[in-house]
Design a protein. Structure first.
Length: 348
């Protein structure tokens, strides 16, 4: 149900999208929003552009329950002119967390104004939450029977309030198709890049990551919180080995070769790598090779055999298996989706 034509909100066009064909993202903020969570959505989606003409692929509009000044959890407010009817025009709605102790969704119920706002979201609209924004989706019943995640610190409370949600507190984000959830605020970056990758391919997402100087791809299944012993020395890292691996993906890479890049023993390197990434070196490497294969399928007309070789996956069979497991389609289907049938030769 949308606002009537004689309301103050209906009298202004400040909260309306331009409807110029771009994917419309509405960010619903409330008192207590973290500036970082709001900023990362705008920064990432607004950086997504077509490769040829640099045309923006998304339009992002911030809205709130009642237009005006919105408190943040910092020492400054933000001014939001768009109201909740913006949600009725959105293709994607993103819900950052609110960091106020009296947020009623953390008691398992929605305030009337928030429930009314969500009722304006059109069927089929993609919804996503950052951090404890998952409480809103759960309180609205949108996560019942589904996998979801939120900040690891909220695990016990969230499970007690929403036992029908299959909460996975160990991961960075969960994609359930039309509803996505992410962990702490930084994992919102991973979630946004994931949505951009799903919408427009690995190449566009990688370019957004390069422009904003963030990691191009972290699997949602990575651990969101990794405890490091206090006694661990802080001066070492596996970053040099990861950079070397990315430059040599098409070559055979062993665990010993990776460890040698850091002058570590294999045992020490394997332990440190897991501490820093939440994955084993080979899990990470296989993920990077699939990402490289996706980029090649999008940007070249290489045969599937050559894509497999260039990405280090070895054979077309392995590429098909890994791509099917990752995105659920064959190399040809993936290429058709991002380049069109004219650029999709036989899978050979």
């Amino acid at each position: 149900m949308t606002s009537s034509g004689d309301t103050p909100e209906a009298a202004t066009s400040a909260d309306l999208f331009r409807n110029d064909g771009r994917h419309r993202v509405a960010v619903l903020v409330r008192d207590g929003v973290m500036p970082m969570e709001l900023g990362l959505v705008h920064q990432l989606f607004r950086q997504a552009r077509t490769a040829t003409r640099g045309t923006p692929l998304y339009e992002v509009v911030t809205c709130t329950l009642e237009p005006g000044e919105v408190r943040t959890d910092a020492d400054f407010p933000i001014l939001v002119s768009a109201g909740p009817r913006t949600l009725a025009e959105a293709d994607t709605v993103i819900l950052p967390a609110t960091h106020l102790p009296d947020a009623t969704e953390t008691e398992g119920r929605l305030p009337a104004a928030l429930a009314s706002a969500l009722a304006q979201v059109r069927p089929g609209t993609r919804l996503a939450s950052i951090c404890t924004g998952a409480y809103v989706l759960a309180a609205a019943g949108l996560l019942d029977g589904r996998r979801a995640t939120t900040h690891w610190h909220e695990t016990e409370r969230f499970r007690s309030l929403f036992p029908s949600v299959r909460l996975d507190p160990e991961v960075l984000y969960v994609d359930e198709g039309d509803v996505l959830t992410s962990a702490g605020e930084a994992s919102g970056i991973d979630l946004c890049l994931h949505m951009i990758r799903c919408d427009h391919g690995a190449g566009v997402a990688a370019e957004v990551a390069r422009r904003t100087v963030v990691p191009p791809h972290r699997e949602g299944g990575q651990a969101q919180f990794i405890r490091r012993p206090v006694a661990e020395p802080s001066g070492t890292s596996t970053g040099r080995a990861r950079a070397w691996a990315l430059a040599h993906l098409g070559e055979p890479i062993t665990l010993g070769a990776l460890a040698a890049q850091e002058s570590m023993s294999v045992r020490t390197f394997n332990r440190r790598f897991r501490e820093e990434t939440g994955q084993t070196p080979m899990q990470w490497l296989n993920g990077q090779r699939v990402e490289r294969a996706r980029e090649l399928l999008e940007s070249t007309e290489y045969t599937v055999d050559r894509v497999a070789a260039e990405s280090g996956l070895g054979t077309a069979t392995t590429l098909r298996q890994r791509l099917q497991a990752t995105v659920g389609v064959s190399p040809r289907t993936y290429r058709v989706a991002y380049r069109g049938a004219a650029h999709a030769p036989d899978e050979r």
